[in-house]
Design a protein around this ligand. Structure first.
Ligand SMILES: NC(=O)C1=CN([C@@H]2O[C@H](COP(=O)(O)OP(=O)(O)OC[C@H]3O[C@@H](n4cnc5c(N)ncnc54)[C@H](OP(=O)(O)O)[C@@H]3O)[C@@H](O)[C@H]2O)C=CC1
Ligand SMILES: O=C(O)CCC(=O)C(=O)O
Ligand SMILES: [Mg+2]
Length: 459
């Protein structure tokens, strides 16, 4: 692949590409170039005030430096999306001019070709959150990137960090990893606006298929939910392989298959079929456990089970220790990842990665939290921990471990301070600070102070 030419980006003059070998394995140089999209809202640097992406990158660089000295270094390639891209590539364009563009045109204002070319060439990225307008306007750039580069596995590990005073008293039992299918489901954006010509055509077609006004009004807006065996299977395969590699106890297929039989129900069926066809000697299903093993999972076997999605939301709160790896369609996974993160103290710490067979983009679970824009206040932890997943992807496990341990030390230190009573100096951000009894949001440290403390505690 020849290096792209860019309109406004200057590629790094040092560093090497991460490439995919003929054996399907990633080849990682010691100086990998990683595309960095800082994002909107709390992700962005505003008027010289650093956002959470900048704070997170500082910690990641410090960890790599501490572990490997001059031998290894991530070379960040700043590319742009969101408001920063609009300002750089379309200076002066008005909101009305943007609105007058078709959906593709609108998206290009916020996601220039330069950025797509950079990611297509370098294959690995760290991305901050990007704004999506609600109820109209262009479709999500975040989702577009996942589809465009076939990043089909949205991998969102959530574990409890000791020291966080999470409101749920089972928080310390949470150690889950959600595998959310990233390329199908109602998230595809096949939608027809109420009253539009296309919606009317579809309603007429559905009438021919026998659906009367009892189930479908003429005025309905309509969304389509495609879920295929191929795309379900590859996600479930990724989840099972992860569970086996990490010696996790179970994989739960989370679905709403009692109601959506041919989409979510089929997801569940394809999951069990795949588990039995491809991993037979390594897995046991919950049915088999009860039928053949007296209700106990045989030692060394990965348990495959399923839960209906509504029940799953109460199970994760009441019996979190029974859930480990969860494989689920796109929308369930979206909801579930915020809910599981909340159990452990909030989405300020919820890491994520979008993984495909030919590219990977690391990205926090949360969004742009716009009310905190430019305040150096939000928790950089989720972007940082997404960066830890990037370090693990690179195989730089020592640096990943160093960050994890330093984050944990930072929380433990805050817990010790808070135990002594209100008024102590905390080095954690507002979202963690406000959970300690007697401490409010105002007791939180800035994003950068939190990041700096993590770096100090690496030593
Ligand atoms: N992958 C992506 O880029 C995503 C983008 N989005 C987009 O982000 C925008 C805003 O979405 P919204 O629904 O408000 O959801 P957000 O996740 O942006 O924020 C919701 C709330 O979560 C808490 N929160 C989020 N991030 C942090 C953080 N780093 N530190 C501390 N607290 C945090 C805050 O809670 P509190 O108020 O309690 O302090 C915040 O008000 C929308 O345009 C949405 O489409 C949403 C999700 C993912
Ligand atoms: O793209 C967006 O704006 C929201 C996406 C989202 O919530 C997610 O992927 O978790
Ligand atoms: Mg979400």
């Amino acid at each position: 692949m020849t290096a792209p030419t860019y309109d406004k980006l200057t590629p790094p003059t040092s560093g090497s590409r991460v490439t995919l070998g003929g054996d399907g394995k990633w080849k990682i140089p010691d100086d990998p170039i990683v595309v960095l999209i800082k994002g909107d809202g709390i992700g962005a640097d505003v008027n010289g005030v650093p956002g959470i992406s900048t704070a997170a990158v500082k910690v990641l660089d410090a960890a790599v430096q501490a572990c490997y000295g001059a031998k290894r270094k991530i070379v960040w390639f700043d590319a742009h999306a969101g408001d920063v891209a609009r300002a750089l590539y379309n200076p002066g364009i008005t909101d009305d001019q943007v609105k007058a563009l078709d959906e593709n045109g609108q998206r290009q204002v916020y996601l220039p070709d330069d950025t797509l070319k950079a990611f297509d060439y370098y294959k690995v990225g760290l991305k901050g959150p990007l704004t999506t307008p609600i109820g109209g306007g262009f479709r999500s750039i975040n989702v577009f990137l996942r589809f465009k580069f076939d990043l089909y596995g949205c991998v969102r590990p959530v574990k409890y960090f000791k020291g966080v005073d999470a409101p749920n008293r089972n928080a310390n039992k949470v150690d889950m990893c959600i595998f959310r299918e990233n390329t199908e489901d109602v998230y595809c954006g096949i939608e027809f606006k109420s009253g539009s010509e296309r919606a009317k055509k579809l309603v007429a077609f559905l009438r021919e298929m026998g659906y009367g006004p009892d189930v479908l009004l003429d005025s309905a807006g309509i969304g389509i939910k495609p879920i295929s065996p191929e795309r379900s299977r590859r996600l479930i395969r990724m989840a099972i392989q992860y569970a086996l590699d990490k010696k996790c106890p179970s994989v739960t297929l989370c679905h709403k298959g009692n109601i959506m039989k041919f989409t979510e129900g089929a997801f569940k069926d394809w999951g069990y079929e795949l588990a039995k066809a491809e991993f037979r000697d390594k897995i046991v299903t919950e049915d088999e456990v009860y039928k053949d093993h007296g209700g106990k999972t045989p030692a060394g076997k990965l348990l495959i089970k399923d839960r209906i999605a509504d029940s799953m939301f109460q199970q994760i709160q009441l019996r979190p220790e029974e859930y480990s790896v969860i494989a689920t369609p796109n929308l369930n996974g979206d909801y579930l990842s915020d809910a599981v993160a909340a159990l452990t103290g909030g989405i300020g710490l919820a890491a994520g990665a979008n993984i495909g067979d030919g590219a990977a983009m690391f990205e926090a679970t949360h969004g742009t939290a716009p009310k905190y824009t430019g305040q150096n206040r939000a928790n950089p932890g989720a972007v940082l921990l997404s960066g830890v997943l990037l370090l693990e992807f690179l195989g730089w496990f020592e640096a990943a471990k160093l960050v994890n341990e330093a984050v944990e030390k930072t929380f433990s230190e805050a817990e010790e301070t808070a135990k002594k009573g209100p008024g102590g100096k905390l080095h954690v951000t507002y979202d963690i600070a406000r959970q300690f009894p007697g401490y409010g949001e105002q007791a939180g440290a800035s994003s950068t102070a939190f990041a700096d403390r993590i770096i100090e505690l690496m030593k």
